[in-house]
Write a protein that binds this ligand. Structure first.
Ligand code: HH2
Length: 274
């Protein structure tokens, strides 16, 4: 009898868990502790590699959440998951005090959409925590970023920004091999005019020499390319973007639909290595 071939190399799958009332794709579904824990367990069963847990939406126009509220939502959840699973846990927050509380509860990755720009002590805290750090590109602030984003050359400008943020993080004491980069799809970018060239130019972000995280799941550019499909009807486009990322060499994709993405990447990787 023939055995299955060994699994081929593919990007890691980071599953999104938003314990928020207002996230664009799953807001309000996992604010409740039991619902959030059940969803995390489901993502683990579906083969997630990293769980990214957030308690503050960054969608355009979202309202800021105080640090103590973020901590109240995140810490019991992270601690409960850590007690029952060795899964890698990332915390999606811009606040160093929230990152610190999340690491104490069992997270090992700080996903910061501001690339350590939110607080003056962010770099030093990231260095002290010794965790992985995701530095993401964003033009402007979540509340206003979609007003009038402008770039002369979006890929070069994002690459330059990420290079500078990585250098500053290293200067602050973050270990080079803890740094991830993320082009920030949808963060201060026109739906198609900026996001599409950035997706097409991902290999140039990968060439910077750090692991790259790509978050394109259910984002608005997919709706713009498909007759205004809403966030619940963007699975096909999300998978297409994840595969484009895989082909460009990204290290991980951040997604809502874990089972479907894991399957797509397994098939992509198997074809590629056949
Ligand atoms: N996108 C969102 C949030 N955090 N982090 C990284 N590193 N990269 C991303 O592309 C990214 C991110 C937005 O998506 P979501 O979490 O689903 O929505 P919301 O911000 O409304 O909670």
């Amino acid at each position: 009898m023939r055995s299955n071939p060994p699994p081929a190399a593919r990007p890691l799958v980071m599953g999104i868990l938003n314990a928020t009332p207002d996230s664009f794709a799953d807001g309000g579904r996992y604010l409740d502790f039991d619902a959030a824990l059940a969803h995390a367990r489901r993502l683990i069963a579906e083969g997630v590699d990293i769980l990214d847990i957030g308690a503050e939406s960054t969608r355009p126009g979202a309202q800021p959440v105080p640090a103590d509220v973020e901590i109240e939502r995140l810490v019991p959840l992270i601690a409960a998951l850590r007690a029952e699973s060795p899964i890698r846990i990332s915390v999606d927050t811009m606040k160093p005090q929230v990152a610190r509380a999340a690491m104490a509860a069992g997270a090992s990755m700080w996903n910061d959409v501001t690339a350590l720009r939110h607080a003056p002590e962010s770099g030093a805290v990231a260095a002290e925590l010794g965790c992985d750090v995701v530095l993401m590109h964003m033009q402007g602030e979540p509340s206003t970023m979609q007003a009038e984003p402008h770039y002369d050359d979006v890929v070069s400008e994002v690459a330059d920004f990420l290079t500078e943020r990585a250098e500053l993080a290293i200067w602050a004491g973050v270990a080079r091999d803890r740094i991830w980069l993320d082009p920030g799809i949808g963060f201060g970018k026109h739906k198609t005019r900026h996001n599409l060239p950035l997706l097409a130019g991902l290999d140039r972000i990968v060439a910077l020499g750090f692991p790259v995280l790509l978050g394109a799941s259910r984002k608005a550019f997919i709706g713009a390319l498909d007759g205004g499909a809403d966030a619940d009807h963007r699975l096909g486009g999300s998978i297409a973007a994840a595969l484009a990322g895989a082909a460009a060499g990204v290290a991980a994709v951040r997604v809502h639909d874990v089972a479907e993405t894991v399957q797509a990447l397994k098939v992509w990787a198997a074809i590629r290595s056949a």
